[in-house]
Design a protein around this ligand. Structure first.
Ligand code: NDP
Ligand code: 8X3
Length: 253
């Protein structure tokens, strides 16, 4: 397996949930971390917790210029990035398509689709120039299966899945690995964001069941990236044991 002490990991969405858990997992294993997010106070707290192995960058992944500038300005010894976790993303709302707020759709596309594009495009040339590395994208079971109210969220994650698969072809021979992680039910701030800050409704989503934890997803990311260099994990689809599939929905007169 690869030695994580040789990893410099660029993580978007490191202020919460999967990204924060991944930052901790890699830091514990001796990697260097570049933690990215919008909430400065959370970044400061993470840097304090992880110490000198952590460098933080406050930015919005929807801002292509900010990403490009930030990546170009990362100081040594954090500049030799060889693992990228393009994780920042969100779902907004669960209304039927005809009733949804169109700006929620736009925000999801700007973050989950364009933010991932910008992140990968800003970092991939460096990975290739330095002789290889690993891009991990954060998809979702929502990119494979449909459920009511997830039209654009699910489509954005289907984009991420196909983007990751297609990237593999483009990095052929460059020693860059690509993995898409596709989680289902996992308790993070995801639902608080989806329900626009309604913490009570969000808590109900995780009530009386055992969801996956952010640490479970971080472990899958860590495993994929520490596999021997000759192995590429294309996709990891993971669900809570308590989550399964419902029948197709048949409308009857
Ligand atoms: P959280 O809400 O806990 O974390 C989301 C992270 O993304 C935060 O750190 C947030 O940071 C960051 N983020 C959101 N928008 C932006 C932006 N515009 N620019 C920079 N950072 C941003 O949710 P999760 O950890 O659960 O979600 C992480 C990823 O996993 C997302 O892509 C989500 O779609 C996906 N996912 C989640 C599942 C779940 O059930 N929890 C299941 C499957 C996939 P900040 O607000 O500080 O910018
Ligand atoms: C998040 C998982 O099932 O809420 O991507 O869509 S789900």
């Amino acid at each position: 397996t690869l030695d994580p002490r040789n990893f410099t990991v660029f993580i978007t969405g490191a202020t919460s949930g999967f990204g924060a858990a991944a930052a901790r997992r890699y830091a514990e294993a001796g990697s260097r971390i570049i933690a990215v997010g919008r909430r400065q106070e959370r970044l400061e707290a993470l840097e304090k917790e992880l110490g000198e192995r952590c460098h933080t960058v406050e930015l919005d992944v929807r801002d292509r210029a900010a990403l490009e500038t930030a990546v170009a300005a990362i100081p040594a010894p954090f500049d030799a990035i060889n693992v990228v976790l393009a994780n920042a993303g969100l779902a907004l709302g669960l209304q039927p398509a005809a009733e949804t707020d169109i700006t929620d759709w736009e925000t999801m596309v700007e973050t989950n689709v364009k933010g991932v594009m910008y992140t990968v495009r800003a970092l991939l040339p460096g990975l290739i120039a330095r002789g290889g590395g690993h891009i991990v994208t954060m998809g979702s079971v929502a990119g494979d299966y449909s459920y009511p109210g997830a039209s654009v969220y699910g489509a954005s994650k289907a984009f991420v899945k196909q983007f990751a698969l297609n990237l593999r072809s483009d990095v052929q021979g460059k020693k860059v690995r690509v993995t898409n992680i596709e989680p289902g039910l996992a308790e993070t701030e995801f639902s608080v964001v989806r329900y626009k800050g309604d913490a009570e409704r969000a808590a109900k989503h995780y009530e009386r069941t055992q969801s996956m934890t952010a640490e479970d997803i971080a472990e899958a990311v860590f495993w994929a990236t520490t596999m021997p260099a000759h192995v590429n994990i294309n996709r990891i689809q993971m669900m809570a044991t308590t989550q399964a599939f419902a029948p197709f929905d048949i409308y009857r007169e």
